[in-house]
Design a protein. Structure first.
Length: 326
């Protein structure tokens, strides 16, 4: 993985992915006691940054691979990104999704033309299912984070942050990234290393599912003790990726671990102050910026709002429980 791959992916994404805004609010600055800038990937196609990696991977396939079709596993955001990219390239997609994924994500994936295969993430191995189906059907497996072209696509977020931060006069800051397996975090870290070395990527994870934070502390890949049971379903993975972990180990600052309730608070704050809709996992970096500022360095902080695919009931819970999120 290198900056050349990220820049090549960005060229393929140009005109196909949205350049998402970097937003700010004096109300959020007051909560955080520093400037807060929000990179709103919830406004990306399919409602999350995952479209970038999906498009990057599908657009890099050979003609024969495109004809055969693709397969992916995802709790919903990667699923939708790959499904839309596959449809746009005229090929089929099979998506393996956990049965406890939000129903809206399952429905949206099907509506984008993909075949959805459900599994129990507490008792079944999605990697085994993916390997078996890809072999049986001759499909190309596009992994959600531990795949070079996916990482390259996600790295385009970092290229945009580097340029947008420069436009705002920000030369030094922590860049907080919602982190599951590390595809977005490692891609952003590589882009910042090349284009904005004063910006440092920091993974942010929910309590009980902090495999990246613990792995960085231990200097080796550690697994989560469980793989389900968090409202932050979009960023729950068994462990960091074999490709992503060394990148994060080399380039990222320490991880930040956030309680689920703070994600709900951040969802309410983003809606109240910016009129941005976020899902719990997509709000966790903002939650770290707003409510865990003692772990952040500098006068400004950039948080990636990675996704906004939230069920109405969950969103209503956040607004009812925390109002304006302050």
């Amino acid at each position: 993985m290198n900056i050349d791959m990220i820049e090549a992916a960005a060229k393929r994404l140009k005109g196909n992915a949205r350049v998402t805004p970097l937003l700010s609010s004096p109300f959020l600055d007051e909560i955080a006691s520093r400037q807060v800038f929000l990179k709103v990937e919830a406004l990306q196609h399919t409602g999350s940054f995952k479209f970038r990696g999906g498009w990057s991977a599908v657009s890099a396939l050979t003609d024969n691979a495109l004809k055969a079709g693709v397969i992916a596993f995802s709790s919903g955001n990667h699923a939708q990104g790959v499904a839309l990219a596959a449809r746009a390239h005229g090929t089929s997609a099979v998506i393996i999704m956990p049965a406890d994924a939000p129903q809206s994500k399952i429905d949206n994936t099907r509506d984008l033309g993909a075949e959805v295969v459900l599994y129990d993430r507490a008792s079944e191995d999605r990697d085994e299912i993916g390997d078996r189906l890809s072999r049986d059907r001759g499909l190309t497996l596009i992994k959600p984070f531990d795949e070079p072209q996916v990482i390259a696509g996600q790295g385009s977020v970092g290229l945009e942050i580097a340029q947008q931060a420069a436009n705002e006069g920000i030369t030094e800051a922590d860049v907080l990234v919602c982190c599951g397996g590390g595809g977005l975090t490692s891609g952003v870290a590589l882009a910042l290393e090349a284009k904005a070395p004063g910006l440092r990527a920091r993974p942010v994870e929910p309590e009980g599912f902090d495999d990246v934070t613990r792995s960085l502390e231990a200097g080796q890949i550690l697994r989560n003790p469980k793989t389900s049971g968090s409202i932050c379903d979009a960023i729950i993975t068994p462990q960091p990726g074999d490709l992503t972990f060394p990148i994060m180990q080399r380039l990222c600052g320490p991880g930040i671990v956030v309680p689920e309730d703070d994600c709900l608070r951040a969802m309410a704050a983003a809606f109240s102050r910016l009129k941005v809709v976020l899902e719990p996992g997509g709000a966790i970096a903002l939650a770290a910026a707003l409510y865990h500022g003692d772990q952040v360095a500098g006068d400004a902080v950039i948080a990636v709002a990675s996704g906004g695919n939230v069920d109405a009931d969950m969103f209503q819970t956040a607004l009812t429980k925390y109002g304006d999120g302050s």
